[in-house]
Ligand binder design. Structure first.
Ligand code: BGC
Length: 766
C-alpha cells in the first residue's frame, strides 16, 4: 500500500513539474514576444518605478508601482511596505468617510523570538490575505539585515544577530505570504546595519564576514523561501553601492545562488542609473522621469547595451505578469481584521521572553492586586517608526490588556498616570502629529512621571505586586543614541525602579519589570538585581497588552527565546567602537553622494566592521565574555528534560540528529531546541565556539508529555569561508553538534567525523 502511495505521489509530482515547466515556457515565450514588440521608451519605463503621481484613482495608496504597458495589457504592479503588517493609508480615493486599516503584527525581532516556523508562516499568510483584500501585489518585506549593534534604529524590523535564525525565519514568512499569491521582497541587500548617514555609508567588511554573516542570512532566505523580489540597499560595500554591484546582484545573487526574481533599488537612491541597470538592478524605485531619460540616453550612446536592458526588462515582466492584480484580482476592501487579530495575539504570546523569575513571582495569582507604574504601561509601543509603522485599528496597551484579562489593577495608580498623560497631551500631540518631519522621528513619550515615596508606600500597603514598564522607540533614518533615556535608563527611570523595588520589598512584596522595546537597551544593574521578574514584551503589535497580560496571569506559558544577545555593557559589544553613538540627522547626508566631509567621517561616511565575524554570541561565547542574558535564552513556567540524543549519517552529504523533549513540570508549555555546531580546530584559522545551524519548537506539551524532534544537517552548511582561496570549506575531522537551551547552555552533544574536507569555490569578491 505504502509503495502504491509513493508511486502515485511521485507521478503527481512529475505531472506538476511538467505543468510548471510548460507554464514557465509559455510565460517566457510571451515575454519574448512582448520584448520584441517594445520600443526603447517603453523598455526604459519598465525599468523605472511609477511614483504616486499619475496613478489611477480608486486604488489603495502604495509605496510605489511599476509602469503600465497598455499595448500589451499590462497594468501596474502595486507595492506596499510591511515589516509589521501591510502599510497603506487609511483613506481610499473617492471614499472620504471610510477608513481602511491593517492588522498590526509584532515586530520582526519578536517573530524571530518565537523560534516557531509556523508562526512566521501564519503572519506572512495573514498579511497576504489583507494584501489581496486591498489590491497589493508585492510586500516590501521582510527586512532581514543582521542586528549588528543594538543602537541601529531599524533593528526591530530585522530578525536577529544570527544569520541562520534571520534567514530561516524570513524564509518561513515568505513561504506563508507567497502561498496566497502576492510576492515578498527581501531587503535591504546587503549590510544595511546602521541608519546614521544611511544613504551614503560605506560598510567596509572582510569577505569572510560578508559570506558568513551579512550575506548568509540572505542566502538562506532566498534559497529556502524563493522570494519574488530583492531590494538592494542604500549603502556601499567596500566602495561600491550595492545597487551598482554586478558581483553582488548578478554574480552572487543570480549565478551563485540560482535565483531569478526581480531586483529593485531602495527608494530614490542616488546612484548613476546606467550603473544600476548594468549591475542587474532591474527596477529603479520609487522612480522618476530623469531615470527613464538616463536609460534612453545610455542606450543611444552605447553605455548600455540592448542585451542588458532586455535582460532586466525580462525580469520585470516575469514579475508583473504573475502578480494577483495582473491575473484578475479585484480588491474587495474587506480585510477581515477579526482574522488578523488572533494571529497577531498568538505571535506576540509566543515571542514574549521571560528573562528573570525569582522565586516564581510569575504567574500572578488570580486574587492579587497589582500597582502598574511607568508611563510605558499606559502608552505601549506596538512597533517602531518609519515605513514599518502601519495604520492599525487600535493598540492594546498593557493596562488595558490586564483589565481585559481580569487582572486586578490598583485604581489610584491608574488614575494618577492617566491624569499625568492627559496633562502632557498638548505636548504629546505636537510631537506625535504626523508631518513629513516626524514620519520618521515622531512618537516620543513624555518623560517618566515623578513618584513621591509616600505614594509608593501607600500602594505597597494596598497591593500585592508592582509592575513597572520601561519603553523605547526608534525607527528608520535614525539610530538610538548612547545616552540616558535612549540606550541607557534615564535618571527618572532609575529612581522609579529603585524606589518601587525598595519600598515594595520592604513590605515583602515583589516587583516585575516589563520591557517594551524593539532592540536591547541597558537594563542596568538596578533592574537585574532589584527586580524579581523581568518580562521582555518587545514591540508586540496591536494585541501586545493582552499578550503580556496573558503571560502575567499564566494563561500563556512564555516560550520566547532571545534572538539577540543582551550584553551587560554597551562597550562589551564587539561593534561598539565602530558604530555612531550620537548622530544628528542632516538633510545634506541624504543628498546624492553626500557631503565631502561626511565621506571622511568614520562611522558615518564609512564604517569599518573591525569585529569581523565576531558578531553577537559568536564573540561573547568564544571569548568568554559575560552577558546579562545570552542568545537563545528564555525561561518558562514549567521545566523540560531532554534525553535520547542520537546522530546518524544520512546519505553522503548530511547527518540526521534527534532528541526527545519531555515536560516534567506541572503546566503545559513549549520548549525550543537549538542545534549548534563546532568545527574541528585548525591552525591559523579561528572559528566560533559554536554556531546555530537548526532549531525547533515543540508543540504544546502537557505535563508528562514528550515529543521527538529531528533535523537533517547538510555538511555543506557547516562550512566556514576562507577568503585566501575564496572558498567555503567544511573541514575534515571531528564536528560536534550540540543541543542548546541557549548559546550558553548546551544540554547534550554528539559528534561525527568527516574523513575528507569539502570545498566549494566562489569567485565574486565584493
Ligand atoms: C526604505 C525601504 C522602504 C522604501 C519604500 C525606504 O526609505 O528604506 O525599506 O521599503 O523606503 O517606502
Amino acid at each position: 500500500m505504502r509503495k502504491l502511495i509513493t508511486i502515485i505521489a511521485s507521478c503527481a509530482l512529475l505531472v506538476c513539474q511538467a505543468y510548471a515547466s510548460q507554464n514557465n515556457r509559455s510565460t517566457e515565450k510571451r515575454i519574448d514576444a512582448i520584448i520584441s514588440g517594445m520600443t526603447l521608451e517603453e523598455k526604459a519605463h519598465m525599468l523605472v518605478g511609477l511614483w504616486e503621481s499619475g496613478v489611477p484613482s480608486n486604488i489603495i495608496s502604495s509605496a510605489g508601482r511599476t509602469h503600465p504597458l497598455e499595448r500589451f495589457g499590462i497594468i501596474p504592479a502595486t507595492m506596499n511596505d510591511g515589516a509589521t503588517g501591510l502599510r497603506m493609508d487609511t483613506l481610499r480615493t473617492g471614499y472620504p468617510d471610510e477608513r481602511y486599516y491593517c492588522t498590526g503584527f509584532p515586530v520582526a525581532t519578536m517573530v524571530a523570538s518565537t523560534w516557531n516556523d509556523e508562526i512566521a508562516r501564519k503572519v506572512g499568510a495573514r498579511i497576504a490575505d489583507e494584501m489581496l483584500a486591498y489590491g497589493s501585489d508585492l510586500l516590501l518585506g521582510p527586512s532581514l539585515n543582521i542586528q549588528r549593534n543594538p543602537l541601529c534604529g531599524r533593528n526591530f524590523e530585522y530578525y536577529s544577530e544570527d544569520p541562520y535564525l534571520s534567514g530561516h525565519t524570513a524564509a518561513q514568512f515568505i513561504i506563508g505570504l507567497q502561498s496566497k499569491g502576492p510576492g515578498a521582497t527581501v531587503k535591504h541587500f546587503a549590510a544595511n546595519n546602521q541608519q546614521s548617514a544611511r544613504i551614503n555609508n560605506d560598510a567596509r567588511i572582510s569577505q569572510r564576514a560578508l559570506r558568513e554573516i551579512y550575506l548568509r542570512n540572505f542566502e538562506i532566505a532566498i534559497k529556502e523561501g524563493d522570494p519574488v523580489a530583492v531590494m538592494s540597499s542604500y549603502n556601499y560595500i567596500n566602495g561600491t553601492r550595492t545597487c551598482a554591484s554586478p558581483e553582488l546582484l548578478t554574480g552572487i545573487l543570480r549565478k551563485e545562488w540560482g535565483w531569478n526574481g526581480v531586483v529593485m533599488t531602495d527608494w530614490f537612491q542616488p546612484e548613476v542609473t546606467a550603473d544600476c541597470v548594468r549591475a542587474g538592478n532591474d527596477l529603479m524605485m520609487g522612480g522618476c522621469q530623469a531615470q527613464v531619460d538616463d536609460i534612453i540616453r545610455a542606450a543611444e550612446d552605447g553605455t548600455l547595451t540592448m542585451d542588458v536592458i532586455d535582460r532586466n526588462v525580462r525580469n520585470v515582466l516575469r514579475f508583473v505578469l504573475q502578480t494577483p492584480g495582473q491575473n484578475g484580482l479585484v480588491p474587495n476592501y474587506e480585510a477581515h481584521l477579526e482574522l488578523g487579530a488572533p494571529v497577531a495575539l498568538e505571535a506576540a504570546e509566543e515571542g514574549i521572553v521571560l528573562l528573570k523569575n525569582d522565586a516564581s513571582v510569575l504567574p500572578l495569582d488570580s486574587d492579587e492586586t497589582v500597582a502598574v507604574f511607568g508611563i510605558g504601561s499606559y502608552l505601549f509601543y506596538p512597533n517602531g517608526l518609519g515605513c514599518a509603522d502601519i495604520n492599525k485599528p487600535y493598540t492594546i496597551n498593557l493596562l488595558e490588556g490586564m483589565k481585559r484579562e481580569g487582572i486586578k489593577i490598583n485604581q489610584t495608580v491608574d488614575r494618577y498616570y492617566n491624569k499625568f498623560i492627559e496633562a502632557e497631551q498638548v505636548q504629546l500631540y505636537e510631537t506625535n502629529t504626523k508631518t513629513w518631519k516626524n514620519w520618521f522621528f515622531g512618537y516620543k513619550m513624555p518623560q517618566e512621571a515623578i513618584l513621591r515615596p509616600f505614594f509608593i508606600e501607600k500602594r505597597a500597603a494596598d497591593c500585592d505586586k508592582a509592575i513597572i514598564t520601561i519603553a523605547r522607540n526608534i525607527g528608520e533614518a535614525l539610530d538610538r543614541d548612547y545616552v540616558e533615556g535612549e540606550y541607557l535608563l534615564s535618571p527618572q527611570e532609575r529612581d522609579m525602579i529603585s524606589a518601587v523595588c525598595d519600598i515594595f520589598h520592604k513590605a515583602g512584596k515583589k516587583v516585575i519589570i516589563v520591557v517594551n522595546t524593539g532592540s536591547p537597551i541597558e537594563l542596568g544593574s538596578e533592574c537585574i538585581e532589584k527586580a524579581d521578574a523581568i518580562l521582555l514584551a518587545w514591540q508586540p503589535g496591536q494585541e501586545g497588552g493582552r499578550a503580556v497580560a496573558r503571560v502575567l496571569n499564566g494563561k500563556v506559558n512564555p516560550s520566547g527565546k532571545l534572538p539577540v544577545t543582551w550584553a551587560s555593557d554597551y562597550y562589551d559589544i564587539p561593534s561598539s567602537k565602530n558604530f555612531p553613538i550620537h548622530y544628528v540627522f542632516n538633510w545634506d547626508d541624504v543628498k546624492p553622494f553626500g557631503r565631502e566631509s561626511l565621506k571622511q567621517t568614520r562611522n558615518l561616511g564609512y564604517t569599518i566592521y573591525e569585529e569581523d565575524i565576531w558578531v553577537g554570541y559568536r564573540y561573547f561565547d568564544t571569548f568568554g565574555k559575560a552577558v546579562d542574558f545570552p542568545f537563545g535564552f528564555g525561561l518558562s513556567y514549567t521545566s523540560f528534560e531532554w534525553s535520547d540524543a542520537r546522530l546518524e549519517k544520512k546519505g553522503r552529504d548530511a547527518v540526521k540528529i534527534s532528541i526527545c523533549v519531555k515536560n516534567v513540570g506541572d503546566r503545559p508549555g513549549k520548549d525550543v531546541v537549538q542545534i549548534y555546531s563546532t568545527a574541528p580546530r585548525i591552525e591559523g584559522f579561528e572559528t566560533p565556539a559554536h554556531e546555530l545551524r537548526a532549531y525547533g519548537k515543540t508543540p504544546l506539551l502537557q505535563p508528562g508529555e514528550s515529543v521527538k524532534m529531528e533535523w537533517t544537517i547538510a555538511y555543506d552548511d557547516l562550512a566556514s569561508f576562507h577568503e585566501d582561496t575564496m572558498s567555503w570549506i567544511t573541514q575534515a575531522g571531528e564536528h560536534i553538534l550540540s543541543f542548546g537551551a541557549s548559546s550558553a547552555e548546551m544540554k547534550d552533544s554528539l559528534s561525527f567525523t568527516l574523513s575528507r574536507e569539502r570545498v566549494r569555490k566562489v569567485s565574486n569578491k565584493l
